[in-house]
Design a protein around this ligand. Structure first.
Ligand SMILES: [Zn+2]
Length: 149
């Protein structure tokens, strides 16, 4: 009886170790890729497998950090690519905040000019504007120059 219990316990442990190894391999492979949803899934899977294996000191924690860093870099990239020199001072150095949730308005990012502090606010996901009840439908400005149409 006791022998059977020990055997089952050992098998469960082996399965969990195997699952963790597979999750680690997938995560390492994905670190070179740009697919944010896949990276996020890999991070969730890895964290769950690591917890099931009772948090062994095998570098999984560092791997989770690497995945989080990779996701952050990829999420920040569109802002970096969209930025142009500051409209107020011509500065080219900016700080980009993490996504932060502002009540009612969803996830936003602040982009601050390092030289003059001019701050721009960006929606994290423009697609969500369509489902926001706090914004009208798109309004297109009529053509024609100048502020006095
Ligand atoms: Zn500036």
């Amino acid at each position: 009886m006791f022998e059977r219990f020990r055997k089952e316990h050992a098998e469960r442990l082996a399965q969990r170790t195997e699952r963790l190894a597979a999750a680690r391999a997938t995560a390492k492979h994905l670190l070179d890729h740009d697919d944010i949803p896949q990276l996020a899934t890999a991070l969730r899977t890895l964290k769950a497998a690591w917890a099931d294996a009772q948090h062994p000191s095998d570098g999984t924690q560092q791997l989770c950090s690497q995945l989080r860093d990779r996701i952050d870099v990829l999420k920040r990239r569109p802002y970096e690519q969209a930025l142009r020199p500051c409209t107020q001072c011509g500065g080219r150095d900016f700080r980009i905040s993490d996504e932060r949730n502002l009540e009612f308005f969803g996830d936003l990012r602040l982009v601050v000019c390092e030289s003059c502090g001019l701050t721009q606010i960006f929606w994290a996901d423009l697609g969500k504007l369509d489902s926001s009840r706090y914004f009208s439908t798109t309004f297109r400005v009529p053509e024609g120059g100048g502020p006095f149409r």
